[in-house]
Design a protein around this ligand. Structure first.
Ligand code: OGA
Ligand code: NI
Length: 405
């Protein structure tokens, strides 16, 4: 039985290394156990092939076993932005935003609008998400990435961008060869948490609780952002069907980095495909955001979350609030971890700019695009800054006339 499985899986790997996992289900007349075994062998062989090809995909179970990821990306230390508490990153006090007196609230909304316009990035304090819940979700995801045996993770290793649970290295190893110094776990948590790895046993509960609390926070921020654009609080939420929003949780683990090059790149510059991303880290800095043409290292206030504007923010606001380019650098001896909770429009919503935000004489900057299509497009190609937005951007010629092709 096993030699036969190895042979079949090897054949699949040789024929088509990036064969999506779902195709394995289509193989005729295999019982589920054989299918599962075949999938494990296929994943292991795929990893071996990637390593032999020099791309060095590290299985996340053993993310830094020998300290090498050949062909990976690094940045010179001179390119690492300055940061620290005086970097000027805007701070939003959530408590004032929801409970403040009318004048305090109005001021907080104006400040939020300026943060979105100038940075597309801010910290949120007094957000009400308990510290012990943050710790629990990060610890559970660390256990999943670092302590679970390969067989437990195998079925998620070959997942594609639209699969509900995914474990991998780099950005998307099929397109980037896992050049980046990162292992990740991603899971769709809303509108349904249908698929959740069975281990660690507490993952489902802890992820659900964290998703509910962070979704509530992000939806309230969406209301305030809508007001900051001069719209009704509900307007932006309605435009994207955020009540049944699509939400992803992700954990990033960046192993310690020992060169070559000065600083390893964990994630290349990109903007997020969703509407708003909430992020916290394990006390090791590494997130950088682009601001006024420079990379700024983001150092959080104690307990704060970072909030990052995504591509849907740029589309729905008709370009008033841009999505923010950011990247993750890693370096030094300490492993870095970050937890991401991102809300996006409902997958079937066609996202387009709120018409009230059309600019005088210019009209709308973006055409409508179904969020599912946008996400698939951004996630299936190499990360390239915020270039994915171009598929939704209205092209104009020099005279400003709309180009219809
Ligand atoms: C991401 C991301 C940055 C970080 O997951 O999209 O940008 O600091 N992460 O981990
Ligand atoms: Ni990101």
């Amino acid at each position: 039985m096993w030699p036969c499985l190895v042979m079949s899986a090897a054949l699949l790997v040789v024929l088509r290394r990036d064969l999506p996992r779902k195709h394995l289900h289509r193989l005729p007349s295999l019982n589920p156990i054989t299918l599962r075994r075949l999938r494990v062998v296929y994943c292991v062989l795929s990893l071996r092939c990637t390593i032999m090809a020099g791309a060095s995909l590290h299985p996340p179970t053993d993310p830094c076993a020998n300290g090498e990821r050949s062909g990976h990306a690094a940045v010179p230390s001179s390119d690492v932005g300055t940061g620290g508490e005086d970097a000027g990153i805007p701070v939003v006090d959530y408590d004032v935003l929801v409970n403040g007196a009318a004048d305090q609230r109005a001021q907080a909304i104006r400040d939020l609008g300026r943060a979105c316009e100038d940075w597309g990035f801010f910290m949120v304090i007094n957000h009400g998400v308990p510290e012990d819940l943050k710790e629990a979700v990060m610890e559970t995801c660390r256990e999943l990435l670092l302590s679970l045996p390969a067989e437990e993770k195998a079925e998620y290793l070959e997942a594609g961008p639209m699969d509900p649970v995914r474990i991998g290295s780099g950005f998307y190893s099929v397109v980037d060869g896992a050049r980046y110094w990162r292992d990740y776990f991603k899971m769709f948590v809303h509108p349904e948490l249908l698929h959740c790895p069975a281990k660690p046993a507490k993952l489902r509960d802890v992820a659900t609780e964290y998703a509910v609390k962070t979704r509530h926070l992000l939806l309230s921020l969406a209301t305030a952002i809508s007001e900051s654009l001069g719209l009704d609080g509900d307007r932006v939420r309605e435009a994207m069907d955020l009540e049944s929003c699509f939400q992803i949780l992700a954990a990033n683990h960046y192993p310690p980095y020992a060169g070559p090059g000065d600083v390893g790149l964990g994630l290349p510059p990109h903007s997020d495909h969703g509407f708003l991303t909430l992020l916290f880290q394990n006390g090791v800095d590494g997130l950088q955001v682009e601001h006024d043409g420079r990379w700024v290292l983001a150092t959080p206030l104690p307990g704060a979350f970072f909030v990052i504007a995504g591509d849907q923010m740029e589309i729905v606001s008709n370009g008033r609030y841009k999505s923010t380019l950011h990247r993750a650098v890693v370096g030094g001896e300490r492993a870095r971890m970050s937890m991401v909770s991102m809300i996006s429009p409902c997958l079937d919503t066609v996202v387009e700019p709120v018409p009230e935000l059309a600019q005088d004489g210019q009209g709308l900057e973006f055409r409508g695009i179904r969020y599912r299509d946008y996400m698939e497009h951004q996630q299936s190609n190499k990360l390239n800054g915020n270039a994915a937005l171009d598929i939704a951007r209205v092209q104009r010629d020099i005279s400003g006339a709309e180009n219809c092709d």
